[in-house]
Write a protein that binds this ligand. Structure first.
Ligand code: CTP
Length: 409
């Protein structure tokens, strides 16, 4: 069975030649068992007729804010809530610009702005339009809002020119959607839950140009945030400086730099949090003093930097934890791994600790893979294999969900 079976999909069609391919996409979606509501822009109708689309989707196509002859109002808000995903294919340069800047002058854009579900955008345009800095900037904006961009291919374009701008084939768009839904944790198990995640390193400033930091990339924390959001959670992702973007509308990123800022952001979110996962590699020490001016090389003796201990965020939340809240930590160890991890779990009042060993090739900082062992406060241990960080994130969340279910039973 396709992971799209029974899913509610909004298919947004804008005015480009590639709209003819949307008919194949619609057929594939319906064949996979999805319920599809087509929303088409006025110029989209110049390229493909709503009759074809409504016949194939078994639903009236929505294009205007209301039906002229009956006065029936089409609620973009209801549509936005109904959808499990929205796909805009083709997305023209104009519609991409409107989506990026909230120019809500047609039903498709208002629906997009109301959508609570993940949005997939398949750009289609001529190569020069695609390459223009304004289009590139708008696509970057859409990405930064958490939208998924299904990259156009290079090839022959309707203009006769050859280059990048051809809409991804319907089969590729389907594959992206199927992958997304196949990877979900079943049954929206975290629907209505609030999840707090820390990610990345912290930077502790020495002077205006230097800091103490570490090699954490944030990949594990961002993968956790994304998988939790896909499972229905509202996620607050307190992130140290990283070069990653969160890809889901239910993730609220709180960008911080230092451990103290991270602690403040966590303490603000924690009282309303159901599950907190401390994935950040928090610097243990910070310079005791911050030099307002750059420390100069010629100033004589090499400087001595005195350090002070940073607050322990996990332990602080552990002390504030209420019944019903689940607090999960990570342990990155090089030796006496199990003993150290279990000791950390006790000291910080964690319910679970995820141990990754720096000795495992392919695990730890900056890699796309990880191998973890999950220890629970009740004494159970789950030993994982080397997997992608996305899969590891799912395993961790499944373990948390199971423990919470057992605790409630
Ligand atoms: N942690 C934290 N705040 C800190 C240090 C660590 O919240 N100031 C959290 C990490 O996010 C992780 C767990 O505590 O979930 C363990 O982090 P780790 O660096 O392994 O442990 P430390 O307590 O710093 O101990 P050590 O460095 O001595 O191994």
């Amino acid at each position: 069975m396709s992971p799209l079976s029974g899913r509610h999909i909004i298919l947004g069609i804008t005015g480009g030649i590639a709209a003819y391919k949307s008919v194949s996409l619609l057929r594939l979606l319906v064949k996979a068992g999805a319920e599809v509501q087509v929303v088409i822009t006025p110029s989209g109708k110049e390229f493909i007729t709503p009759v074809t689309l409504s016949a194939l989707s078994h639903r009236p196509v929505v294009s205007e804010f209301f039906t002229a002859n009956t006065g029936e109002w089409h609620s973009h808000v209801d549509l936005g809530l109904w959808a499990d995903a929205m796909v805009v294919a083709p997305a023209t340069a104009c519609s991409i610009a409107k989506m990026a800047h909230g120019v809500a002058d047609n039903m498709l854009i208002t629906t997009y702005l109301s959508a609570k579900a993940p949005v997939f955008v398949a750009p289609a345009m001529d190569l020069d339009m695609m390459a223009h800095p304004s289009t590139q900037a708008n696509i970057a904006l859409l990405r930064s809002y958490g939208n998924h961009i299904i990259e156009p291919a290079s090839g022959e374009l309707a203009s006769g020119l050859v280059g990048k701008g051809r809409m991804a084939e319907p089969e590729e768009i389907m594959a992206a959607l199927e992958l997304f839904f196949a990877q979900e944790i079943k049954g929206h198990a975290l629907r209505g839950k609030r999840v707090l995640i820390t990610a990345g390193p912290t930077y502790e400033r020495i002077d205006p140009v230097r800091f103490i930091g570490n090699f954490s990339s944030g990949k594990m924390g961002y993968a956790l945030a994304e998988e939790a959001a896909k499972a229905g959670a509202q996620v607050t992702l307190v992130s140290g400086p990283v070069s990653l973007r969160a890809n889901h509308p239910s993730i609220q990123v709180v960008a911080v730099e230092s451990a103290r800022q991270m602690l403040a952001a966590c303490q603000e979110a924690f009282p309303t949090t159901d599950i907190a996962i401390m994935c950040a590699a928090v610097a243990d020490y910070a310079p005791a003093e911050y030099a307002e001016r750059k420390i100069k090389r010629e100033a004589g003796e090499a400087p001595v930097i005195h350090l002070v201990k940073n607050p322990d965020i996990a332990a602080t939340l552990g002390a504030e934890k209420r019944p019903g809240q689940t607090l999960v930590g990570f342990a990155l160890e090089t030796d006496h791994e199990e003993t150290n991890a279990l000791d950390k779990m006790r000291r910080k009042h964690l319910d679970m600790i995820v141990m990754n060993s720096l000795q495992t090739p392919g695990a730890g900082f900056a890699t796309d893979t990880n191998q973890v062992t999950i220890y629970s406060a009740d004494g159970s241990t789950r030993q994982g294999e080397l997997k992608s960080k996305t899969e590891v994130a799912r395993d961790i969340l499944q373990a948390i969900i199971r423990e919470r279910e057992e605790a409630e039973a």
